[in-house]
Design a protein around this ligand. Structure first.
Ligand code: FAD
Length: 323
């Protein structure tokens, strides 16, 4: 009998996160003939999203819709997942390697007694048609390829690395399940205060304009914000810039911050410390703007501009406005 893959959809701001479509694509790469796919959608007012998801999933979509599920809560979401697993026994559960996926994945793995491979950036097939998962190690300096040897499996997919699935012609079947609150619930999430004001989610942005200590002040981030706006990108930062109070820690990229893999990463006034590279070295194209020609960031950059960021960034914005 074939394996059952279950993708856990993630909702943000009333929309499906792109990483959900990437997880579905990951499943279609990993699948063998005879395998099946299902999805779980948890949230509030999910009817429209469930039918959207049905365009991508050639299988069942378990939709659990309740106002109490609007905000992610590890306890409630895990309880809901457990109730879905009474109807569908997954062989492989696939989630985004997001804050939510990183939290929920291990809890699901513990519940299912499954093994987990996290932060997957690519999937190939072995000679015997089994999925081989690639994940970065040592801050992106090395990669390892892993395979499951059996049993239940949980996989998390790093956003922006696998092309998103495209809507299929065949429609999936939406199954709406009742939400039954657990009497033993110990925590309630009342609100989520988002500190990032950016219009584009940093971890899913196709273009990231990032500033470091060289930006010198909170005011200094304005030209970077303008460039990011013109490029429909997001603004990130080094830890030094966050530590100096130029911007919020939610913008920090690196070993102890967010990991981003945009198509274009523009590093402005960032030296290129190993801890920063850990969060951005997998970007497709890296452009560095730094006035020090010896700055280590130039070693990883595809394009380098030796100059003052306060001159270069506004010039780039001006030119991109013309496009
Ligand atoms: P600097 O290293 O001070 O570099 C500033 C750069 O700006 C210089 O190269 C300079 O030439 C350039 N510059 C100055 N003025 C201009 C100008 N006008 N125009 C153009 N260029 C200019 N760091 C992270 O970023 N993310 C992390 O997650 C992270 N985690 C860490 C975890 C640990 C355990 C430790 C020990 C450190 C961590 N760090 C992290 C800190 C890291 O080691 C570096 O200190 C930090 O990345 C440096 O930030 P920076 O490049 O902005 O600053």
């Amino acid at each position: 009998m074939g394996k059952t893959y279950v993708v856990v959809a993630e909702v943000r701001g009333g929309s499906l996160r792109q990483v959900t479509l990437e997880a579905l694509q990951a499943v279609s790469i990993a699948c063998q003939e005879g395998d099946s796919t299902a999805a779980i959608l948890i949230g509030s007012q999910t009817t429209k999203l469930a039918s959207e998801l049905a365009g991508y999933v050639d299988g069942k979509i378990y939709s659990i819709d309740h106002p109490e599920l609007e905000i992610y809560n590890p306890e409630t979401y895990l309880n809901v997942m457990k109730s879905v697993f009474e109807r569908v026994t997954p062989d492989v559960v696939v989630l985004g390697h997001t804050a939510q996926g990183r939290d929920l994945g291990p809890a699901i793995a513990a519940h299912l007694g499954a093994g987990q491979i996290s932060d997957v950036i690519a999937i190939e097939k072995s000679d015997d048609d089994e999925a081989v998962y690639t994940r970065p190690l040592y801050a992106g300096k090395a990669f390892e390829q892993k395979q499951f040897t059996g049993g239940a499996q949980v996989v998390t997919i790093r956003p922006n690395n696998i092309n998103p699935s495209e809507a299929a012609a065949s429609a999936g079947e939406v199954i709406e399940l009742e939400y039954a609150p657990s009497a033993s619930l110990r925590s309630i999430v009342k609100d989520v205060v988002r500190k990032t004001s950016g219009k584009v989610d940093l971890t899913e942005a196709k273009i990231v304009v990032s500033g470091g200590r060289g930006v010198k002040s909170a005011e200094g981030f304005k030209p970077l914000e303008e460039l990011a706006d013109v490029l429909h990108g997001a603004v990130g930062a080094s830890r030094a810039a966050c530590d100096a109070g130029y911007c919020d820690y939610s913008m920090q990229i690196g070993q102890t911050g967010k990991v981003v893999t945009p198509e274009i990463y523009i590093a402005c006034g960032i030296s290129g410390a190993i801890q920063h590279l850990a969060g951005m070295s997998q970007s497709r194209v890296i452009i560095a703007i730094n006035k020090d020609p010896e700055a280590p960031i130039f070693k990883v950059a595809d394009y380098g501009i030796v100059g003052d960021l306060f001159e270069v960034v506004p010039l780039l914005t001006q030119e991109f406005r013309k496009v």
